[in-house]
Design a protein around this ligand. Structure first.
Ligand SMILES: Cc1cc2nc3c(=O)[nH]c(=O)nc-3n(C[C@H](O)[C@H](O)[C@H](O)COP(=O)(O)OP(=O)(O)OC[C@H]3O[C@@H](n4cnc5c(N)ncnc54)[C@H](O)[C@@H]3O)c2cc1C
Ligand code: SF4
Length: 455
């Protein structure tokens, strides 16, 4: 039976005044009753426009039908046919611009809450199912995966399911990539990411941390050590600093460094972050909203400055909504051009006031300087502008072509110009999304299996 209510069931969440003082997850998740009620809003559209809007073509109406019947395990089985990370995607995917954008219910009311249902099903399963050991018959072949972000995790998991002996080499001291060090706990708790890694360990995947692949240990060394194929999922984590910003001033942070400190080292936070009074975050993407909401939780006055308007900001809709609810100022058409300091410490930032010009290649209207400036006092400036590719892997391995932007040139199924080397995720596309990285890792696993089966 279809529930013809036009509004979606609200997501229970921490009250604003409470959540601004802690780092606990903001959204608390649907109850089983909420989930069934919401699932009954699905119209079971024959053409499945929601599925077409999903980067991995998730079987959305099919899993929702199982939720509506209270068969949550059946729903989980359908979801995991296409996704390795439903508890994560249910939390961090931008459903508003993907599956939910196409939802037929959105024509006359609000879209079915597809992401919230996905999260509910994954959490329901995780709460009842212990991490199990693997059962795939070993193929006797070894594959190396570089990087433990969503691309690497998805590739490693699917290869382990096919019986390959997979080792993940991770340069940092912990696993999960941006999902762990970048996305804050109040959006995606690390326990959710850790569980995915534990599942892979249960399948026999070995994780080696503090193990960068670079000139000291290169892709060639991995082949010499007996790995027969290599997947490169090392992301695009080199911060791009806007011109005019003196990063040697105390108080100027790249978003990567700021978020890593706040997300992973809260007990040893630099004084300058802990006692900040005015935090200015530059950017309009997910990184910017995450950083500014961290500053707010640490008790500072926070402003996010963005050179376009919020309507053009690439951050997820829900995150922008949460940022507004948390009383954070989003200063539009404002572009920092100079960090000003005294005695080596940041004191203020000079910003140019912008206006919107003609659309650029992204289709968004280009921000154009007006020649007018304002100066904003701040003791922390967080640069959440962009990141680019590292040379650590590509620069130390012969035969891997790059594209014109410097990313790894790889086909849709992950093959690079060097036989036996595959790549996917941000390392290929530049900064993108968790679901896209996961999808690339899965496609590469299929290609690696085909490649090794024909060796
Ligand atoms: C702060 C922030 C918030 C975000 N929020 C969202 C969101 O809400 N929703 C969303 O969909 N996307 C979000 N994104 C984007 C998303 O996190 C990325 O697109 C995704 O993580 C890319 O996955 P990946 O596996 O390609 O790379 P990464 O997650 O970057 O993982 C790459 C891994 O490789 C490791 N590595 C790098 N070099 C080497 C080397 N030489 N040797 C060994 N290991 C190496 C890195 O340490 C890292 O662990 C966000 C990004 C940031 C920065
Ligand atoms: S588009 Fe919306 S209503 Fe139609 S099947 Fe998908 S989730 Fe259900």
């Amino acid at each position: 039976m279809i529930n013809n209510v036009r509004e979606r069931n609200p997501m229970p969440q921490q009250p604003v005044e409470v959540r601004c003082k802690n780092f606990d997850e903001v959204e608390l998740g649907y109850t089983a009753a909420d989930a069934i009620r919401e699932a009954m809003r699905c119209l079971k559209c024959r053409k499945k426009p929601c599925t077409q809007g999903c980067p991995i073509n998730q079987r959305i109406p099919e899993f929702i039908a199982h939720v509506a019947e209270g068969d949550f395990e059946g729903a989980y089985e359908i979801i995991t046919d296409r996704s390795n990370l439903p508890a994560i995607c249910g939390r961090v995917c931008d459903q508003k611009t993907q599956c939910e954008k196409n939802c037929a219910q959105a024509v006359r009311g609000e879209a079915v809450s597809i992401g919230r249902l996905e999260r509910f099903v994954a959490d329901w399963h995780a709460a009842r199912t212990p991490v199990a050991a693997a059962s795939a018959a070993p193929s006797g072949k070894k594959v190396a995966v570089i990087g433990s972000g969503p691309a690497g995790i998805a590739c490693a998991g699917d290869l382990a399911d096919k019986g390959y002996q997979v080792t993940v080499f991770e340069k940092l001291g912990f696993t999960g990539g941006i999902m762990t060090y970048g996305i804050p706990q109040f959006v995606l708790p690390n326990t959710v990411v850790d569980r995915e890694v534990e599942i892979l360990k249960g399948k026999g995947v070995e994780f080696v941390t503090d193990a960068p692949i670079d000139k000291k240990k290169s892709v060639d060394d991995l082949f010499k050590a007996g790995f027969e194929a290599v997947f490169v999922g090392n992301g695009a984590d080199v911060p791009q600093v806007p011109g005019g910003i003196d990063t040697s001033l105390e108080g100027v942070w790249t978003a990567n460094d700021y978020l890593t400190a706040v997300n992973l080292n809260q007990d040893a936070l630099p004084e300058n972050i802990k006692n900040a009074k005015h935090v200015l975050v530059v950017g309009g993407g997910n990184t910017a909203v995450d950083a500014v909401r961290c500053g707010r939780r640490l008790g500072a006055e926070t402003i996010m400055v963005y050179r376009r308007t919020v309507a053009e900001a690439p951050a997820r809709y829900d995150e922008i909504l949460h940022t507004r609810e948390e009383g954070i100022e989003m200063m539009e058409l404002t572009n920092p051009v100079e960090a000003i300091g005294e005695n080596g410490k940041l004191t203020s930032v000079k910003c140019e006031i912008m206006k919107l010009g003609e659309p650029d290649e992204s289709g968004r209207r280009r921000p154009v300087g007006t020649g007018e400036f304002k100066t904003l006092p701040c003791d922390n400036l967080v640069l959440a502008t962009s990141t680019s590719y590292s040379e650590d892997v590509v620069g130390t391995t012969k035969g891997i072509d790059k594209d014109k932007w410097g990313g790894i040139a790889a086909s849709a199924d992950g093959a690079t110009s060097r036989p036996g080397v595959f790549a996917g995720g941000d390392a290929v596309t530049g900064p993108a999304t968790v679901v896209e990285a996961m999808g690339a890792g899965k496609r590469a696993a299929v290609s690696i299996d085909a490649y090794l089966s024909n060796l």
